[in-house]
Design a protein around this ligand. Structure first.
Ligand SMILES: [Zn+2]
Length: 396
């Protein structure tokens, strides 16, 4: 096994799962176990100023010439499947047949036809009991592989580098305590994607909607012209939302209900609102306020409170303003005969918020896929190629 894959497996075995319920940063103290190891390894690779701040975020810098290029990956892993006792399996020269992870789970081309591209290549997969954590430890291992190459090839001329390993990306809090000043980059890349052909330059605009309804509670026997049932109003509200704009039908954007609860007196529902287009998202907001007004006209004694909070923004308009990182990445991919695919993430990325904060940060692939679950994989050849691609990006 080569040392880059060994390095990835070493990181994958450290449990760094985030937790959305603790309210602390990092959300789980154990994320610092990987951060501390990375500080030690960064120093061994010659990045003497490497350190971990109080939030578990690692920063390090390497001198060079030209614009300072930032490289970022996140230490935490997703919440859907456990990250405890990750036991990666290396499969050489995959023949395309079902990969038996354990007695219960297999990876098949029938279920994951996109994996056809990896037939004949080497894969790292799970033992079926955990996720793999290639999201985003493959990204970390790519950055460390680049730095290792630079240490062993002192004649390789490159841009100055600013490295940051962040925490809690999976709960949307990566940028919360991230410091542009400590990072000190002119532009950056998150290395946190799937296929290495992809340069993600767009993501959803995202809001969260909360609707709190207060009805009028009396005994239903005395309810005529008086009783207003908050649960029923909730159902009316939800039914009035555009059905064709749910994930079942809509691709470009949607509203998606995440929780409903309450009693006949008070109820609340929460939905996420997503759209690539800001205008379309705002049209949906307008429709939501209209529905409220219509319901209040029908039931003047009810109270309906609407709370729409911003979550993240499409990075496209920021990326368009500073084309340097996308141009550099596209040129590097083409150098390896890869035609870049300009991707749109149906979700958010830390880079979207970094871009909004002023550090334009498109996202690059890692050669991994089926993230957030036990079918996650890493393609060894693509992962290795990505180290070469990043070297090409930072080359002078
Ligand atoms: Zn990720």
């Amino acid at each position: 096994m080569n040392k880059n894959i060994e390095r990835f497996i070493r990181y994958a075995k450290i449990d760094t799962q985030a937790d959305e319920n603790t309210g602390t940063t990092p959300s789980t103290e154990k994320q610092k176990n990987l951060s501390k190891l990375l500080v030690k390894e960064l120093k061994e690779l010659g990045l003497d100023d490497a350190y971990m701040d109080e939030y578990g975020i690692v920063y390090a810098h390497l001198d060079g010439e030209g614009d300072v290029i930032g490289l970022n990956s996140h230490v935490d892993t997703a919440l859907e499947v456990t990250d405890e006792n990750v036991n990666p399996q290396l499969l050489n020269n995959w023949d395309g047949k079902d990969i038996k992870l354990n007695d219960q789970y297999s990876i098949s081309l029938k279920q994951f036809p996109k994996m056809e591209q990896f037939v004949g290549k080497d894969l790292v997969v799970t033992d079926g009991n955990t996720l793999l954590g290639a999201d985003d430890k493959a990204g970390i291992a790519i950055i460390m592989g680049v730095l290792d190459y630079l240490k062993n090839n002192p004649d390789f001329k490159h841009h100055p580098l600013a490295v940051a390993f962040t925490v809690d990306e999976e709960i949307g809090e990566g940028p919360k305590h991230f410091s542009l000043e400590k990072m000190g980059a002119d532009y950056a890349f998150t290395i946190d994607g799937g296929d290495i052909t992809d340069i993600d330059i767009e993501n959803f605009n995202a809001q969260q909607l909360k609707v709190r309804i207060e009805g009028v509670a009396v005994h239903p026997g005395e309810g005529i012209n008086t009783l207003i049932n908050a649960l029923q109003l909730q159902a009316e509200f939800i039914t009035a939302l555009p059905e064709k704009e749910t994930p079942f039908y809509a691709n470009e954007g949607y509203w998606h209900l995440t929780s409903c609860n309450g009693t006949s007196e008070k109820s609340e529902f929460v939905a996420i609102l997503r759209n690539f287009s800001r205008e379309k998202l705002e049209l949906l907001d307008t429709r939501i306020y209209q529905i409220r007004d219509e319901l209040l006209k029908k039931y003047p004694k009810a109270k309906i409170e609407i709370d729409i909070s911003e979550q993240y923004e499409n990075m496209k308009k920021y990326v368009d303003k500073d084309p340097r990182p996308v141009e550099k990445a596209a040129a590097a991919l083409r150098k390896f005969g890869i035609e870049p695919v300009f991707g749109r993430i149906k979700g958010g990325t830390d880079g979207a918020t970094f871009s909004k904060m002023g550090l334009v940060t498109p996202n690059l692939g890692t050669g991994s896929g089926n993230h957030h679950g036990r079918f996650e994989y890493l393609c060894v050849q693509d992962f290795e190629k990505m180290i070469e691609i990043v070297l090409e990006i930072i080359k002078r």
